[in-house]
Ligand binder design. Structure first.
Ligand code: SAH
Ligand code: MG
Length: 230
């Protein structure tokens, strides 16, 4: 748990909900144990869409298409969405949902491993939503950066690992340790990259929000000499 349960419940109680299609899709997904973005991330994505108004969106991790449809419905401008999924069982379900939502011409599903697909994608996207295998984000970052231009926004979900990220390496369950190490490295890269401005937020399961900037050359107190203030 990242944020106290009562706080989370209160914040979510203010949520106005989604379009009827999305409400139904969310219920079905939760009942079928299909992963979808949490309420907190839903409202956050809507906010980013309203600020950024992205014409081209890339999503990594479609599942059954809930977040892709949400982005299509809540972007104030008509947009093109490309989304990637490799789990064969979910692909036809997602496609069917895009059709039923009337969004099939707007959303393109690329089938296969995101690592392979990202390598071969060209052009740039105004917004990228990373919501797939957490342990792979760090490996995909070079391609993700190539697919962003100045002003492009990257939203990475599930970056705080249910709170595990702040535990000692030894306290993290063995099977989660690789992800833990890679996620710490990913967050370090996002926050120290000269071409990104990043804020890490304790939202939902943890979100990192980055904007691509021009090359930044700036000094911070942390890099000045011994760190002592004059
Ligand atoms: N964004 C979705 C939820 C995605 S859940 C929503 O909110 O509606 C994460 C999805 O990423 C899963 O369906 C999983 O199969 C997919 N995934 C994980 N690793 C992947 C990879 N290497 N390539 C493509 N898809 C991947
Ligand atoms: Mg997720």
């Amino acid at each position: 748990m990242i944020v106290e349960e009562r706080m989370r419940t209160y914040i979510n109680s203010l949520d106005m909900g989604n379009t009827p299609f999305l409400e139904e899709l969310e219920k079905k997904a939760l009942a079928g144990k299909v992963p979808i973005i949490r309420k907190e991330m839903q409202s956050f994505l809507k906010l980013i869409l309203s600020i950024k108004r992205p014409a081209r969106i890339l999503e990594v991790g479609t599942a059954v298409g809930f977040s892709a449809i949400l982005m299509a419905e809540y972007n104030p401008i008509p947009c093109e969405i490309t989304t990637i999924e490799n789990y064969e069982k979910r692909i036809p379900v997602a496609k069917d949902n895009f059709r039923r939502a009337g969004r099939e011409s707007q959303i393109t599903l690329l089938e296969g491993d995101a690592g392979e697909i990202l390598k071969n994608l060209t052009g740039t996207f105004d917004m990228i939503f990373m919501d797939a295998a957490k342990g792979q984000y760090i490996h995909w970052l070079p391609d993700v950066l190539r697919l962003m231009k100045e002003g492009s926004v990257l939203v990475s979900d599930n970056v705080l690992q249910e709170g595990d990220i702040i535990e000692s390496h030894y306290l993290v369950e063995r099977r989660n340790r690789t992800i833990y190490k890679r996620m710490r490295e990913y967050l370090w890269q996002l926050t120290h990259s000269p071409v990104l401005r990043t804020s890490v937020l304790p939202l939902g399961d943890g979100a990192a929000v980055s904007v691509k900037t021009g090359e930044q050359v700036y000094e911070t107190t942390r890099t000045i000499g011994s760190g002592e203030q004059p």
